[in-house]
Structures are given as C-alpha cells and as structure tokens.
Design a protein around this ligand. Structure first.
Ligand SMILES: Cc1ncc(COP(=O)(O)O)c(C=O)c1O
Length: 341
C-alpha cells in the first residue's frame, strides 16, 4: 500500500482529515450495522442533545507501524470498556465492545495510507466518539445516537527528545462535579479549558489537580495521570475514583512489576509528600511518559533531582520498555497488541 505524501517527521498534533471514517447510528433501540464514509462533516438538528446538554463521550488511541512493518494498535479492548463506562454514566447506549474493536480495525485498515512509517515518530491517532443526535429540549437523554471513529496522523509528541516540563498546583477542578472524573466525557474537557489556558498564560505547561473534597491529594493533570518514583526506586501512582483510568498507567504498572522487577504502589498520594519523590512523569497515550522537572505549589517550588534536562533513570526505563513493546521490539504480554495488517 502506497503511503500518502506527508512529511511525517514534521506534522504536529493537529487535525489532518483522512479518507475514511466509521459511522454507526442508534435508532429505535438498536445500533445499525455501521459503515465507512468519506464525508468528514456531521449534519445535525440545531436542538440535538449533544449541542444543548453536551451528551458526548470519546476515546483516544493510536495505530502505528512496528519494526517488522505491521500496523498495530494497543489494547483496544480497554478503550472499548472505558467508552462503555463513559456512555453508561451519561445514559447513552453502549456500543458493543467487540463491535468497537472490529470498527477500530476496519477504520485503521481503510486509512492504512495514513499510518506513519516505523521510526518517523509519527502515529495515526484514532478517535472513537459518541453523541446524542436527535432534538431534545427538556433535560433528558437523546433517543438517537451516532458512534463514530475518525483518524488523523499526528507527529512525534516530543520533537528533539522529551524535555521535562513545569506544572503548577491549581485550585480549579478538572472535571465537572458529581464524581465524573473517571469518564472521558466532553464536558470534563470543556471544564478544563479555562484552567489550562490560565496555566499557560502564567507560564506553566500543565495543571496538577487535587481532590476537590480535601485539596490535599494528588489527582491528575488535564490529559494524563501521574507516576512518581521514590528515592529507593518504588513506582507510586495515585489511586482515586475521580481520575481517568489511564490505559498507559495500567500498562506501565504491569511493565514495572513484570518486566523491570520494580515495586509498585497504587495508593493515595498527598501533595505534602511529593517533595520527597525522586522522579515524576505524566502518562498517557499521547506521549507515553513525559517527564516533569518542577512542580510549583502557590509559589513554592518542588524540583525533582532528575532536573529539567532529561528523563530520570526509572522513568526512562519504563518509557523504553513500554514503547519497545508497542513498536514490536520487545515481546508483549498476551493480548496487548492487536495486529491490523
Ligand atoms: C484526563 C486524562 N487522564 C489520563 C489520560 C491518559 O489515559 P490513556 O493512557 O488511556 O491515554 C488521558 C488521555 O486521554 C486523559 O484525558
């Protein structure tokens, strides 16, 4: 298959339309068969539930080319499960998890020409999403829905290597209230827009959100979970019912324990103890792990010993092992890699 003529090393994280997207419609209590379409536009009634009451959920995953030339995606069953949980919380019908995986495979295959080559650092970002599509005016769930998958090639997250970033502790809440922080609903991201723009205006790369009840415990950032390393090499990651259950974090925990023989603690992490950690990173699909050099808590600076120049040693080992698994250089645990072609 001939690849599109794209300068893979120089694309950013933006939307570049590809040839095909998947769409399945829910009407009269059931999902239709679904199909690939070439039309990137969605036409909806002005009163569609998604516009009025933000009834929309989504997922984010990637397809990439492995060292031996296969196109693969990483643990799509976990994205299917998380989308189902998000949908249930917003009173939306679940798109069956096996059909989700089939549709992801079909959409990636149809856009094979846009899957960046091995070694380019670029990947094909895959965005499954669902929304309430029929008009409602009283506050209630829609009766009709669309499940869609769009894809777009994205460039390497870090050009010229991962440089540690600076984070501030924020007084804003990341998610909409009522304990919805564990779902990937559009409304949570809308809630975070002001906080992230405010952080950028103040010169910070990201926000560290605290638990809204006591404001003493570390939750996550606007788009990634935290992972810390203690001075004696234990991996520590916050446990909370109001953070997004990151697939990258769950995979890193497994890698730490089973590939690197590290001790892992998933527990409540207090802001007060962050100063004692040796390394800090953010984990998510976009960058796998991005190192954090400094956290600023209302003017008080916490600097990690690994500094602002490069990843700490344990963070680096975790990063290299997980990306090695994803790119086919290291053998993956059973079921982690879904081969598309
Ligand atoms: C709020 C939030 N936390 C964490 C993550 C990381 O999750 P994953 O590793 O599944 O990409 C994301 C990624 O989309 C996110 O939006």
């Amino acid at each position: 298959m001939e690849k599109k003529n794209i300068d893979w090393g120089n694309i950013g994280f933006g939307y570049i339309p590809t040839d095909y997207r998947f769409v399945s419609k829910f009407k009269d209590g059931k999902w239709d068969e679904g199909e690939l379409t070439t039309d990137p536009n969605v036409v909806l009634n002005e009163c569609a539930c998604v516009f009025q009451y933000a009834q929309t959920v989504f997922e984010g995953m990637k397809a990439y080319t492995t060292e031996d030339g296969h196109i693969v995606t990483f643990r799509p069953d976990l994205n299917a499960e998380r989308l189902a949980n998000s949908a249930k919380r917003l009173e939306m019908p679940v798109f069956p998890e096996d059909r989700f995986v089939d549709a992801v495979v079909k959409t990636i295959k149809a856009n094979e020409a846009y899957v960046p080559p091995y070694g380019s650092g670029a990947t094909l970002y895959v965005r499954p999403y669902m929304f309430g599509s029929n008009p409602v005016i009283g506050v209630k769930p829609a009766d009709e829905y669309q499940f869609r998958i769009l894809t777009t090639p994205v460039g390497p997250y870090f050009k010229g290597g991962a440089k540690p970033i600076t984070i501030r502790v924020t007084d804003f809440d990341r998610a909409a209230p009522h304990g919805t922080g564990h779902i990937k609903a559009g409304l949570n991201y809308a809630m975070s827009l002001h906080a992230i723009m405010d952080a950028h205006r103040q010169g910070y790369d990201e926000n560290m959100y605290l638990d809204s009840a006591t404001r003493t415990k570390v939750e996550e950032t606007g788009g990634a979970n935290f992972i810390f390393v203690t001075k004696d090499g234990t991996v520590v990651t916050p446990k909370s019912s109001s953070i997004l259950p990151s697939i990258t974090r769950r995979s890193l925990i497994y890698v730490a324990e089973h590939y690197l023989g590290l001790k892992v603690e998933e527990r409540e992490v207090y802001l007060d103890e962050v100063k004692d950690f040796a390394e800090c990173g953010l984990c998510g699909t976009a960058a796998v792990i991005s190192p954090v050099g400094k956290i600023v808590d209302h003017g008080k600076e916490i600097c990690f010993p690994s500094g602002m120049e490069e990843m700490g040693p344990t963070t680096k080992k975790l990063y290299e092992t997980l990306t090695g698994i994803q790119m086919g250089r290291i053998e993956a645990p059973e079921g982690w890699i879904k081969v598309i072609e």
